[in-house]
Design a protein around this ligand. Structure first.
Ligand code: FAD
Length: 396
């Protein structure tokens, strides 16, 4: 059987694997093969809500989101195409118990370069006149936030990498790593051929745990099903910003044809799923929850109607933050466990992966690679927010 060689093999051509290829290409590393068993962005990336905000109480994540935003804003210049980024603004509303931590978080975000401020209920009412804002005690605002299209973004990363000379192999399933003693030396493909490589990046999202387990690497990633419901409000809402409601734990954002995308941000009840066999539409009780949450928060919708629903899966780690790390085998980089918030940070993820491949460390002092190390779980030194919100600590 034939053997190919490459400097770097990336397993998985989702958003993160494609971002890694793009960033390696930007650094002039082009002896790279991306092996995607299906098509670029055809995994969970295609299900992303694509919300873009820098509102994180983990400094490195806020900085990564700020980096991502800069890339999205300059997408036309960088990629030569519209990647679907819509800069509607982002508003987050909290109740009384979370006001102090929200203010501290906003200040910490500004310290790493995020443009964010507190606004009052009248400002929000001007943007979202159909909302009931009574239960909120404070609001954060990011004028530069909004939402993007993760699928289009993955395509743009891959196209840019391909233009740099990187091989994007779709329909190419990797069956396992080639390992010599404790060193990864390449990958084996489903057709029996191999690709030898100095470094293998595993960016297989929700499929990462079973992929790495045969090699004695247990990535603590659970797969959770997440349901999304699309609603037509019955009248034109105008240019509404993304709204993250941390009182009733929901998020909504505009979509095409005047629709609103609804997601539940109450992560207390988890729906453990098989990523190859899960129900790809909302359950009846989730529809009830949607009607209740949206109906309560947006009583001003003229004639709301559910138009469709679907579901995707999150690859969730114990601290709801990703693993972007060298090791535990030599020559291996893991980039998985994005826990439902890997879109906005993807350009920075790509750059961090490229840094780890080339230099072994991050080139951005705001984003220490140690934050995302694989060993933090075994060390019981989790990456958690400095400013947790009651009832909504994850992803923030
Ligand atoms: C419902 C939902 C809503 C979300 N909303 C947001 C949001 O609002 N904002 C935000 O920032 N993030 C959001 N996210 C998260 C973000 O979209 C994901 O973190 C990101 O898209 C995951 O990209 P990935 O490359 O890690 O995974 P994937 O896109 O799943 O890519 C992994 C790829 O690996 C391939 N693969 C697997 N095994 C193999 C193998 N053995 N050989 C070859 N290829 C293989 C798969 O085919 C797949 O294409 C959301 C996610 C979901 C599911």
């Amino acid at each position: 059987m034939s053997t190919e060689t490459a400097s770097v093999v990336i397993v998985g051509g989702g958003l993160e694997g494609s971002a890694a290829a793009w960033a390696l290409g930007q650094r002039g590393i082009t002896d790279v093969v991306v092996c995607e068993r299906d098509t670029v962005g055809g995994g969970m990336t295609g299900k992303s809500s694509g919300i873009v905000r820098c509102h994180y109480g983990v400094g490195s994540l806020a900085a990564m989101a700020a980096t991502g935003l800069e890339v999205f804003e300059k997408a036309e210049e960088i990629f030569g195409s519209d990647i679907g980024f819509r800069q509607t603004g982002y508003v987050v509303g909290v109740g009384e118990p979370n006001v102090e931590n929200m203010r501290k978080s906003l200040a910490a975000q500004r310290a790493v370069g995020v443009q964010t401020e507190e606004i009052d209920a009248a400002d929000v009412a001007g943007m979202w006149p159909t909302a009931d804002l009574e239960p909120f005690a404070a609001f954060g605002w990011e004028e530069r936030g909004g939402y993007g299209d993760a699928y289009q973004t993955a395509q743009a990363f891959a196209a840019s990498a391909r233009a740099a000379g990187i091989r994007i192999r779709q329909g190419t399933s990797v069956t396992g790593l080639l390992v010599d003693a404790d060193r990864v030396t390449g990958v084996r493909l489903a057709d029996g051929t191999t690709i030898s490589a100095d470094t293998v990046v595993v960016a297989t999202g929700v499929w990462s745990r079973p992929f790495l387990a045969p090699h004695g690497v247990d990535v603590p990633i659970e797969v959770h099903r997440e349901q999304i419901v699309m609603i037509h409000p019955g009248a034109d809402l105008g240019d509404v910003p993304v709204f993250s409601d941390l009182v009733s734990l929901q998020y909504v954002r505009p979509d095409v044809r005047g629709e609103i995308l609804f997601g539940n941000s109450d992560l207390a009840a988890l729906d453990i799923a098989d990523p190859d066999d899960y129900r790809n539409r909302a359950d009846a009780d989730f529809i009830d929850l949607t009607v209740d949450k949206v109906g309560t928060r947006f009583p001003g919708f003229a004639d709301p109607a559910i138009t469709t629903s679907y579901a995707g899966c999150y690859d969730v780690t114990p601290d709801w933050n990703p693993i972007i790390s060298r090791g535990p085998l030599e020559g291996l980089v893991i980039a998985a466990g994005f826990s439902g918030h890997g879109f906005k940070i993807s350009p920075a993820v790509g750059r961090l992966i490229a840094d780890l491949v080339v230099d072994g460390r991050s080139s951005d002092p705001r984003i220490p690679e140690s934050d995302f190390r694989f060993s933090r779980f075994a060390e019981d030194d989790l990456l958690t927010t400095r400013f947790p919100y009651v009832g909504a600590g994850e992803m923030r």
